[in-house]
Design a protein around this ligand. Structure first.
Ligand code: NAD
Length: 434
């Protein structure tokens, strides 16, 4: 069967290359022609470990091609994975215009039976709207099915998550759709959960919102730790030993970011409210997250008092390590606050600087991008850590201290051990521990 993947962003590229790796024939397409022309030549437009190799090897094998011809790709496909964006609107709900546009494109090219698979994260009941849109716009009486197959990959480990998933959720309403999707994922039969479509759609939003809540929960606990002698890392460790809780996603810090948690928790809150369900639990978790940056900037002020004209080294711009993605990264708001206070910034990130330059271009004496943390630390009055890249944990702190004007570290990700840095003569502030 011919598979089309529409939308070749973080999810679409991995999905296209991953399905090709499973042995299927895949065509990836996107309305961004520049993206397609780059990736066709093996130039992957995003940083994701292992993705270049996976795409190159499947391009060579001939399992994977990329095309700018959206209509032809849809017309020739039997199965269409929809991987376009579902960004946040001002009121917190998901903007479904890209999904609607693709639905109309599919309708125009419905020349034989097709299975349309929602891989994007969508509100429960989206399949109803996709079906309705295709039915309204199709020009033939060909049949089609819609199914939900939400994606759970994590940026930074997306390739291994896709090739070796914990679970695959398949939401279907016909036997035909069920057979096709179970066939595609045949090698993961024991990890497949087949549900109806509403359930599959909701599993994705419910999972992301739960994980976001878990992070806000430990961040709330870290606030108590800071007012007492408790240590949030040990509290998290102790909690995590209970298998009902589990130790993962209990890391206190400056809050969650990225293109998923912030928008998905808001979208689910909106969906619930529209259905008449009280969603205060999720709204509170999101509010706690929004507070994290203010609390962190207050810590920097606690260390430096007045920020005007202070030089600050900012280490970490990506919303998490091992990605170049800065969408909804807490760093964006930290940088904005520090600039508003009149600080001078030297920024450094192993992968995300180019993306951040689109938002914050270099400005003489005010904002500079540095190639290394040592360069960023030069004459700094303080160094702040916003992303827990491994490279930062391995820094030669003696060299950093020599470069800095004042040996002060404000660590938003608890990258260093307080004892070790204090022993080196740093004044050290971190999250939920002393
Ligand atoms: P993205 O913005 O990186 O990619 C979306 C792509 O769709 C873009 O390249 C865009 O040009 C393309 N596109 C938009 N409209 C189109 C159209 N009509 N025809 C063809 N192409 C079109 O987004 P992403 O991060 O890959 O996320 C995609 C979806 O997957 C979202 O719903 C997101 O919530 C979900 N998701 C994301 C992740 C993640 O970690 N990024 C993980 C799981 C699920």
């Amino acid at each position: 069967m011919n598979i089309a993947v529409i939308g070749t962003g973080y999810v679409g590229l991995v999905t296209a290359a991953g399905l090709a790796e499973f042995g299927h024939k895949v065509v990836g397409t996107d309305k961004d022609f520049e993206k397609i022309s780059k990736v066709s030549q093996g130039i992957v437009p995003i940083y994701e470990p292992g993705l270049d190799e996976l795409i190159m090897s499947n391009l060579k094998k001939g399992n994977l091609v990329f095309s700018t011809d959206l209509d032809k790709t849809i017309a020739e496909a039997d199965i269409i994975f929809v991987c376009v964006g579902t960004p946040q609107r001002d009121d917190g709900s998901a903007d479904m215009s890209q999904i609607e546009e693709v639905s109309r494109q599919i309708a125009r090219n419905l020349n034989r039976y097709k299975l349309v698979v929602e891989k994007s994260t969508v509100p429960v009941k989206t399949s109803f709207w996709i079906k309705r849109t295709i039915s309204l716009h199709k020009k033939t009486d060909q049949e089609f099915d819609v199914a939900s197959n939400p994606e759970f990959l994590r940026e930074g480990s997306a390739v291994s998550d896709f090739l070796n998933p914990d679970r695959i959720i398949v939401g279907v309403e016909t036997q035909r759709a069920r057979d096709i999707l179970c066939g595609i994922y045949a090698k993961f039969r024991e990890r497949l959960l087949v549900t109806n479509i509403d359930t599959a759609e909701l599993i994705k939003h419910a999972s992301n919102s739960f994980l976001a809540m878990k992070i806000s929960y430990i961040n709330l606990i870290s606030n108590i730790c800071e007012k007492t002698d408790a240590n949030v890392e040990q509290v998290a460790e102790g909690m995590g030993l209970d298998p009902r809780i589990g130790g993962r996603f209990l890391k206190a810090g400056i809050g969650y970011g990225g293109s998923c948690f912030p928008k998905d928790i808001k979208a689910l809150a909106r969906i619930g409210e529209e259905l008449g369900v009280d969603m205060s639990l999720l709204k509170e978790a999101d509010r706690i997250n929004a507070e994290r940056v203010r609390i962190f900037v207050d810590k920097i002020k606690q260390a430096l008092w007045i920020l005007k004209d202070k030089q600050i080294a900012v280490l970490g711009l990506a919303f998490k390590p091992e990605t170049d993605d800065i969408r909804e990264a807490p760093s964006i708001r930290v940088i904005r606050s520090l600039l508003q206070e009149g600080a001078r910034l030297r920024l450094c990130d192993p992968q995300a600087s180019d993306n951040m330059k689109q938002l914050y271009p270099e400005e003489p004496d005010r904002l500079r991008y540095c190639a290394s943390p040592y360069d960023a630390a030069e004459k700094a009055n303080a160094m702040v850590i916003l992303t827990e890249w491994d490279d930062f944990a391995k820094l030669d702190l003696k060299r950093i201290k020599e470069a800095m004007a004042n040996p002060i570290i404000v660590d938003g990700r608890n990258v260093f051990s307080p004892e070790a840095v204090k022993k080196l003569g740093f004044e050290y502030y971190s999250i939920g521990r002393k």
